[in-house]
Design a protein around this ligand. Structure first.
Ligand SMILES: CC(C)(COP(=O)(O)OP(=O)(O)OC[C@H]1O[C@@H](n2cnc3c(N)ncnc32)[C@H](O)[C@@H]1OP(=O)(O)O)[C@@H](O)C(=O)NCCC(=O)NCCS
Length: 175
């Protein structure tokens, strides 16, 4: 469990499934993630969810994002973790709209970036977001990410952003 100034990042648990299902069937959230909304029933979703919790992959780690008061508001993760390449991809979603534009995303991403650079030897963290998702880009810029490439995939325009360990260290020194 990692406590920051606005959020707590903690291990996922089965009781998160109800929130996660509600967010995954939400068409606006799916659109912001360039993905189709989930179409499975809740009972099927729950069964898959329990399996995933039991069989976590070594190349990824998913955290729940809670407020300091313990309210589950979203999730963040790293995946495609590669020791050989020295990099991993980062993802985040604040599913609860009441918590958008209030600094929770910036706090959670900053915390996860700090965690990755402190706990691993990785040299680079990258992510992708839709070009149209200017709020997400602003959030990631505030966390020190810079755009480095544009990509068209499945008809969607993405911007790729990255942060290197030395850039993160410079930011740490400034604060
Ligand atoms: C993207 C997301 C993680 C950002 O987290 P957040 O807590 O809402 O963002 P923050 O409040 O930390 O930062 C957002 C910044 O963007 C600004 N912003 C908001 N809407 C904006 C817009 N349309 N264009 C540009 N900037 C915008 C905010 O003012 C804020 O900047 P400021 O602190 O300088 O005022 C969150 O909104 C989210 O998960 N949204 C839904 C799902 C989604 O977009 N998923 C894709 C993620 S790749």
């Amino acid at each position: 469990m990692i406590t920051s100034s606005k959020t707590i990042l903690r291990e996922k648990r089965l009781t998160d499934a109800e929130d996660d299902y509600a967010w995954e069937i939400d068409s606006e959230l799916a659109q912001l993630d360039a993905a189709p909304p989930a179409t499975t029933t809740f009972s099927q979703y729950l069964s898959d969810y329990a399996n995933q919790l039991r069989n976590s992959l070594p190349t990824s780690h998913r955290f729940a994002i809670d407020t300091l008061g313990g309210k589950h508001i979203g999730n963040c993760s790293y995946y495609n973790f590669s020791e050989t390449k020295g990099e991993a991809e980062l993802g985040i979603m604040i599913g609860n709209r009441d918590y958008w534009n209030r600094g929770y995303g910036t706090d959670a991403v900053t915390t996860l970036v700090n965690y990755i650079f402190c706990q691993t030897n990785l040299n680079r963290i990258y992510l992708k977001t839709l070009e149209s998702n200017t709020r997400a880009q602003k959030c990631f810029q505030k966390c020190g990410f810079t755009p480095y490439e544009h990509l068209v995939r499945d008809g969607f325009n993405f911007v790729l952003m990255e942060i290197y360990r030395n850039q993160w260290q410079e930011q740490q020194a400034e604060t």
